[in-house]
Write a protein that binds this ligand. Structure first.
Ligand code: HDE
Length: 715
């Protein structure tokens, strides 16, 4: 084509002479709509048809169009005044495309910005029926769920394995509307009153001058706040344990933290705390490993969750409650149930399992689902009500408010991921991003124009819909005050109980974590103040950290009551756990016997563990596809390593040395034992096997269900 030719092209004619870059030639069909993509349009008060087509979602037809549905022939070149000329303002397609792009990002969550999510379902076993009128807790009821896991402090692009609390937020799409349980993986919180939330978050976020450090608690402002708030010590010691470094979202407990009130159909109430217990057990990473992962695979948890679900290894959690009588003082065994810095040990109030959740479907689109999902502790259903926990009360305000900024207006419940799987017949109208086309003329009650619709539901009726029950709880007669009860004043006894319930290995990790974190604090007074808090928790803990910091141990300033240790607080037990989704690295080279490798892989596969073949080059080696090369392999991806090749390659030596330090099971075929020797790994150390390949594989598969070779740390 010549430079001065008229370049207008008609649809159907070749757009330009530039070669097509391998685009598919057969247009793909529309994606199947998700079950929850039936819009609220049909749920108008009178049920009248609306003008908006049901399937007006996205990706219809075969041809590229503008947002207005006008077919386009070219989306790769701006409209220019000649090939070398300026771009024309009249290029409406260019402007529409760039303008939309400019506005693609929405404000990230002010906390919990980094997250990953999955769809699933919950099956109730009926054990909660006597306590609550909630329909989704009746025996055998299956309810769709969507769960978003998150870190708290980091931005959307931060690493998954930061030392941090994890969010565990569950949306239950019940037949009585949406119920959200917006919990964490740690059963207590930093503060007792919501009014301090902006303060703790400002202190934990990067320093406002340089905006560093990202997703870290090892800095002055965090420890300044914590050391000035003795109430934060309990949550903080959990953060210093391996609980703050989950091995996987699939291996994390979840807690509702606050005490909630259940009410049954007779109006009888109990107080409860909610728990999620992972069927795979609760497991952590070790700190050096977590730091390496942050550089080598910042998407570690996100990848792990999606891969496991894609592979059919669906994670499951039992949903459980601790039940307490709804007494006037709201104390149980002397513990104030309204104080969110306190837990109730399982030994005092055992967990009653009330159902099980399975996550079995990955989101189709991160932004549409994981980013736009809007949780709110005020999304309650009949049978579940709140208590006066002052932290919970503040949250009831905050979550609705934040969605208005984040999702651009009050109609976020109409975004597909947020739509209830129940009839919606509210009298909310208009507003930004209104998606429904409401019919009728009378969005008010009572009315005589729209047939009186919608009708109020019954509070305790046998017929029709069960209405939400605001429990007629007596209100305390007292003076207006900015103060809290004296029972909130004990800030140390449960921090001490947690520390003393841990195994010596876990205690050692806690000591090292405090030493690391406070070692990165510049201000001497902050370190001294935190040591003062630590000595009130445990003198041995304080002495270790003080020595690491080169400071003196202060005298205890509080008379802290001793409580019995609670075994349920420790993660290191003698139990064995399923190994679904675990990865076993197999180091080979071109000399490795193909039949040996094939039978090892078969044995690993049969155990439900994923074999990861690591060879000097990509493609195929020893008759097997290679998943990682010596260049791309990393210890952090592996739960155990089998060495079938004799090598002194420094990358494999480093991989083995790290796996050894991180307490991972390692085995070598007898003829590859020298590889362990080069990595300075003693064959007599715990969790090391040198045997023929079949036995070596068996040894690893026997060690994996214990999660780690803890004996290596206590040896
Ligand atoms: Fe949150 N929290 N929070 N929080 N929270 C948010 O809501 C807030 C608290 C938790 O995956 C925000 O939609 C206040 C406790 C999770 O989308 C915001 C207070 C617990 C998630 C907010 C708390 C949590 C959030 C940010 C003190 C455990 C992520 C974006 C009173 C029980 C949910 C958003 C998701 C998110 C406020 C304390 C858990 C700003 C004011 C305690 C898991 O509304």
């Amino acid at each position: 084509m010549t430079e001065d030719a008229n370049e207008i092209k008609l649809p159907g004619a070749p757009a330009t002479e530039s070669p097509a870059v391998g685009e598919p030639t057969t247009p793909r069909g529309r994606l199947a709509p998700k079950p929850d993509q039936s819009g609220p349009e049909t749920r108008t008060p009178t049920g009248a048809p609306t003008t908006a087509p049901q399937d007006a979602v996205a990706q219809q037809g075969h041809y590229l169009t503008t947002a207005q549905g006008v077919p386009l022939a070219d989306t790769d070149h701006s409209l220019k005044a000649g090939r070398r000329g300026p771009v024309l303002l009249q290029d409406h397609h260019l402007r529409e495309k760039i303008t939309h792009f400019d506005h693609e990002r929405i404000p990230e969550r002010v906390v919990h910005a980094r997250g990953a999510a999955a769809h699933g379902h919950f099956v109730a076993n009926g054990e909660a029926e006597k306590y609550t009128a909630a329909a989704f807790l009746k025996a055998g009821t299956v309810t769709d769920t969507f769960v978003r896991f998150s870190t708290v402090l980091g931005s959307r692009g931060s690493a998954d394995t930061a030392r941090d609390t994890r969010g565990f937020a569950t949306k239950f799409y019940t037949t009585e509307g949406v119920y959200d349980l917006v919990g964490n993986n740690i059963p207590v919180f930093f503060i007792q009153d919501a009014i301090k939330f902006p303060d703790i978050i400002h202190a934990g976020k990067p320093h406002p001058d340089r905006e560093i450090p990202q997703a870290q608690s090892a800095h002055d402002t965090f420890w300044d706040f914590v050391s000035l708030h003795t109430e934060a010590q309990h949550h903080t010691i959990w953060n210093m344990s391996d609980r703050a470094l989950p091995r996987s979202y699939r291996m994390m407990q979840g807690f509702g933290i606050h005490t909630f009130r259940l009410v049954n159909a007779d109006g009888a109430t109990v107080l409860v705390k909610f728990h999620w217990r992972p069927r795979l057990g609760t497991h952590g990473l070790v700190w050096e490993e977590a730091q390496l992962i942050a550089g080598k695979d910042p998407d570690y948890h996100r990848r792990d969750l999606a891969d496991a679900i894609e592979a059919g290894a669906y994670p499951e959690w039992d949903f459980a409650i601790q039940v307490f009588p709804d007494t006037e003082d709201q104390l149980f065994a002397g513990i104030d149930l309204l104080d969110p810095t306190k837990l109730v040990p399982e030994e005092l109030a055992p967990l009653k399992v009330i159902g099980t959740m399975t996550l079995d479907r990955n989101p189709l689109n991160y932004f549409d689902e994981t980013e736009q999902v809007a949780f709110h502790p005020g999304h309650l259903v009949p049978g579940i009500d709140v208590t006066s926990d002052p932290l919970l009360q503040g949250r009831l305000f905050s979550y609705l408010d934040t969605q208005i900024t984040r999702l651009g207006g009050p109609n976020f419940a109409q975004i597909p991921i947020n739509r209830p799987h129940a009839d919606v017949n509210d009298m909310l109208r208009d507003g930004l991003h209104q998606d429904a086309v409401h019919s009728g003329v009378a969005p008010y009650r009572p009315n005589s124009l729209d047939g009186g619709c919608p009708f109020p539901a019954a509070l305790h009726g046998d017929e029709g819909a069960q209405a939400f029950i605001d429990v007629p709880q007596p209100v305390q007669q007292d003076v207006v005050t900015r103060a809290q009860p004296a029972s909130f004043d004990d800030h140390f006894s449960q921090a001490r109980q947690f520390y003393r319930s841990l195994t010596p290995i876990e205690q050692q990790h806690v000591k090292q974590a405090y030493s690391f974190e406070l070692g990165k604090v510049y201000e001497q007074t902050i370190k001294e103040r935190e040591l003062q808090a630590l000595v009130n928790i445990d003198v041995d803990l304080a002495a270790f950290v003080a020595e690491q910091l080169g400071l003196d141990v202060p005298a205890a300033s509080e008379n802290v009551p001793d409580t019995d240790p609670s075994g349920a607080l420790s993660m290191i037990t003698d139990d064995e756990w399923p190994v679904d989704g675990r990865q076993l690295g197999i180091v080979i080279d071109d000399e490795t016997d193909a039949s040996v490798l094939a039978s090892v892989r078969e044995a690993v596969d049969a155990a439900g563990v994923t074999p990861v073949v690591i060879a000097p080059h990509g493609g195929t080696a020893a008759g097997s596809p290679v998943q990682r090369t010596f260049q791309t392999a990393a210890s952090i991806e592996l739960d155990a390593v089998l060495v079938l090749a004799s090598t002194s390659d420094p990358r494999i030596v480093q991989l083995l040395a790290e796996a050894f330090r991180h307490d991972k099971a390692i085995a070598a075929a007898t003829e590859a034992a020298d590889t362990l020797h080069v990595a300075a790994i003693s064959v007599s150390a715990p969790g090391i096997a040198v045997e023929e390949p079949a036995e070596a594989t068996r040894a690893l598969l026997e060690l994996l269900p214990s999660h780690r070779v803890w004996g290596r740390e206590s040896a």
